[in-house]
Design a protein around this ligand. Sequence first.
Ligand SMILES: [Zn+2]
Ligand SMILES: [Zn+2]
Length: 197
Amino acid sequence: MARPEDSAWAVSVAQVASRPGQSSPVDADFPAPSGIGDTIVGVTEGEPIHVNGAFDSIIDGLVFHAHITAPVHAECTRCLKPLQHDWGTDVTAFFPYSYKEDETDDDTDIIAGEEESEDTYPLSPDGCFADLEALLRDTFAESLPLQPLCQPDCKGLCPQCGINLNEHPEHKHDTTDIRFAALAGLKEQLERETKDR
Ligand SMILES: [Zn+2]
Ligand SMILES: [Zn+2]
């Protein structure tokens, strides 16, 4: 059976567990778990996610708070340019000493405007390790930008020919000409049909 400490996301909390008022800092890279986002917006599995925070022990568990930064890959929703940038978010989670399954989901709390969520995760059965895999996955699944843009005023692509309008700001089609040409063609066709009758 896999031991809790063999997980790539295991953090030893043995020194602070069950001793209220202690703090154990975490400042390390962890591999991105699978399943964060998709090929359009996400974090590629195995990419380093930096966690900078601490476990603070309270009476009934460990409060984990950290700033988490991950290399998010995305595509500008307007011009489809590939984007690669570090995406950071603050997270607070609770690792109770006695963990009940039904505490997992109803505890999600998004504090308006603070981009902070609080979730509950289990410690290892012996209480010596906290595993951050699920926390990292949940955190980024919830906070990824859904409509990433390469720049706030991205001009996008020309709807007619697909050229990137950021690179060609002067680009435009003489749309009136195209419409007139189509109308002229239609007119010709109608005239011909009338004549043939
Ligand atoms: Zn763009
Ligand atoms: Zn065009």
